[in-house]
Design a protein around this ligand. Structure first.
Ligand SMILES: Cc1cc2nc3c(=O)[nH]c(=O)nc-3n(C[C@H](O)[C@H](O)[C@H](O)COP(=O)(O)O)c2cc1C
Ligand code: SF4
Length: 649
């Protein structure tokens, strides 16, 4: 058992004792009712996170102003009628053993008022917010006192609803307080001027005073700040070090340290895989040196052992986890019990953010239950079945895992000699995928799944097993795109390319210049992987889009990583042929050559229903999942598996 003594020791924020030092980050999940009250979906989602063992849950943004909502389905605390609905949420979280603070915010420039109220958003100065692309209007100084009252009133409602304290959002040069605090957004010349420390802090201090006056001296207040805005002209860490003691003197009981400012890919607020775990830790440590109240740190904290080290090193008092708790709400309990390799670790794939952009609320690519807890409850089956799973890729393993957990008896057949399927290849190129692959493989070891490797099943064999249910997860049909190849062109595709990848890619066998045909996510990740190995890499595609299978946030990150790795991207071109000097293309009516010693053509995947068709009558229930029903990413495998197994009960 790993000793995580510090992580699981209690701590006080003001007068409030928290049972451990794992804090759930504020994350707007877009599950609320349209009237900004907590929905049943939210109750189930937060209850599960509380049950999972985090000491403190920070609720997502709760807005203080009825005119300025944050998201279509986010929460409000701007009116007394919202107290009762919030009480239900608080009770559900308390009943599951966690303390809870709502994140209190006026959305300021980030408000959706232009869309929902047909009025502009507001800010310290006129700025265009990169997330909505709207321009806010500058607040008149006479309007500010009413806004201060709104903060205090919202906190009184939070107190009445039973929240254990509140977090004020003042980070990321974002929303109202963050914008006033930042010289990047606050260009005022009055008493609130962003040029001077007193000016930019003024609103935050007035808000804190108002909350203290209305909620009393003991009601815990945490302030979320960017330690360093990481932008030319933005606040430096020494500015936050000067601010922090002044905020403590004003009544702040703790700090939640993040970093950076908002941009249109929310790059540093929600970091991609290129950011190391705990990348804000040094800033938290700097703040901890100047105050005596607890300092929390956020930012890709996915590993409880690394979290323990942050605490042991004295860099912070509490570790904040965001996406890690979408991926596995039980992470704290599992860590406490020493069951570290049963943790389903976030792969930073950004699907949770991209699903918000799709207006369906947060989904997690590796945890289909996130936000669908009531739909897919953790149950033990009342009618245990003999289930035969065919295929040991992510869909097959996830199906076997859930079925076993529910109490079914499961046999999994995999024709190759190892579990993993396409996820093994995907992990070679994009190493964060290993976290999920390792998790599934470890679960197959831990659970009583009867695994038969190296066994290709026939329809007759399956029928003879007389299983109650057959789950077919045999993967897609793979073909190589048909491109004219001349003479002795060095093309690597199909089995050869897959073998190279399975062997962790013997990239030395490729020439110095590599061209990859395609611009889908596989081609993009392969390009980045090879460029980092020192190859000169060209992506060549007739499609205009890069990584069209993933959402805006992930695509933005992939595109930046290609840029950083020096990959040359040629999309929207006509591919004429591949010859021994490279790929011949036509662009804007002119023929050109993309020079390459080796040309890689990744597989194209399509549905493969042959076995599914042959097995329709092989058992009372026959269900096809994963890529054999059409190519998808990890998310499709996981959702299909979850739906299929829950349908058995
Ligand atoms: C879907 C999603 C919604 C978020 N909503 C908020 C929010 O309402 N308020 C906030 O301050 N931060 C928000 N964040 C940022 C997180 O609090 C956190 O800082 C970020 O996810 C980095 O932590 P992580 O790497 O542990 O996920 C959100 C993040 C995600 C992924
Ligand atoms: S969707 Fe991806 S980034 Fe978001 S929590 Fe799940 S694994 Fe992590």
């Amino acid at each position: 058992m790993t000793a995580l003594d510090k992580l699981f020791s209690p701590i006080k924020i003001g007068t409030l004792e928290i049972k451990n030092r794992i804090v759930m980050a504020p994350m707007t999940v877009d599950y609320a009712n349209a009237d900004e009250t907590p929905s049943d979906r939210q109750l189930a989602y937060y209850s599960e996170r509380a049950k999972g063992g985090a000491g403190l849950i920070t609720l997502e943004v709760c807005t203080v102003d009825a005119d300025h909502r944050y998201q279509a389905k986010s929460l409000g605390l701007y009116s007394d009628h919202l107290i009762e609905p919030h009480k239900k949420l608080v009770d559900a979280i308390h009943a599951n053993g966690a303390k809870v603070f709502p994140q209190i915010a006026h959305t300021g420039p980030e408000s959706l008022a232009p869309f929902f109220r047909n009025m502009p958003s507001v800010g310290p100065s006129v700025v265009r917010t990169p997330t909505t692309m709207q321009v806010c209007r500058e607040l008149a100084i006479e309007e500010i006192p009413a806004l201060i009252e709104m903060y205090g009133d919202a906190c009184v409602r939070a107190q009445k609803a039973g929240y254990d304290g509140i977090e004020l959002h003042a980070a990321h040069s974002y929303m109202l307080l963050g914008s006033f605090l930042s010289p990047l957004r606050n260009h005022r010349n009055d008493a609130y001027s962003g040029r001077k420390l007193e000016g930019r802090m003024k609103l935050l201090l007035q808000v804190i005073a108002n909350i203290r006056q209305k909620c009393g001296a003991d009601y815990p207040i945490v302030v979320r700040l960017s330690g360093y805005e990481r932008e030319a002209g933005g606040r430096e860490i020494n500015d936050t070090q000067r601010m922090a003691p002044l905020l403590v003197a004003a009544g702040v009981d703790g700090f939640h340290i993040s970093g950076g400012v908002t941009d249109n890919n929310i790059t540093q607020l929600i970091p991609g895989t290129e950011y190391q775990q705990g990348y804000n830790v040094a800033m938290a440590a700097a703040i901890r040196q100047v105050v005596d109240v607890p300092v929390m740190v956020v930012g890709r904290n996915i590993d409880p052992v690394a979290g323990e080290k942050i605490l042991q090193d004295g860099h912070a008092d509490m570790v904040v986890m965001g996406r890690a708790l979408f991926a596995d709400s039980e992470l704290p309990n599992k860590a406490k019990a020493g069951l570290l390799n049963t943790i389903r670790t976030c792969t930073s794939c950004e699907d949770c953010v991209d699903t918000i952009f799709q207006n369906i609320g947060v989904h997690c690519a590796i945890n289909a239950r996130c936000g669908r807890e009531a739909e897919f409850p953790l149950i033990k089956t009342a009618s245990a079945k003999n289930i035969l799973v065919i295929g040991g890729g992510p869909a097959g393993m996830e199906a076997a895992r859930i079925a076993c957990e529910q109490g079914h008896s499961v046999t999994l057949y995999e024709k190759s000699s190892q579990l993993g399927g396409l996820l093994s290849l995907a992990s070679t190129m994009h190493r964060d995928n290993y976290r999920f692959l390792d998790y599934l493989r470890a679960e197959m070891q831990r659970l009583p799944v009867n695994i038969k490797l190296g066994t290709e099943v026939t329809p007759e064999f399956v029928r003879a097993q007389k299983a109650d249910a057959v789950i077919i997860a045999t993967g897609s049909n793979v073909t190589t795109p048909n491109i004219t190849t001349i003479d002795d062109a060095n093309v690597v595709s199909g089995t050869t390319l897959r073998q190279l990848l399975t062997n962790r890619f013997a990239h030395d066998t490729l020439g110095e210049r590599v061209a990859i045909i395609g611009s889908g996510i596989v081609a993009v990740e392969l390009a980045e992987f090879l460029a980092k190995k020192g190859k000169i890499v060209n992506l060549v595609s007739s499609d205009n889009r890069l990584a069209g299978e993933v959402g805006k946030k992930r695509r933005g990150e992939e595109s930046r990583r290609l840029d950083t790795a020096g990959v040359i991207v040629n999309t929207g071109v006509q591919i004429d042929n591949i010859a021994n000097d490279g790929v011949h293309i036509t662009v804007a009516g002119k023929t050109r050559v993309v020079l390459a010693n080796s040309v890689l053509i990744p597989d194209v995947h399509s549905a493969n229903t042959a076995l599914v068709d042959a097995l329709q009558d092989a058992a009372p229930i026959v269900t096809a999942i994963g890529d054999c029903t059409g190519f998808g990413l990890i998310k499709k495998a996981v959702v299909d598996a979850t739906v299929a197994i829950h349908a058995l009960n």
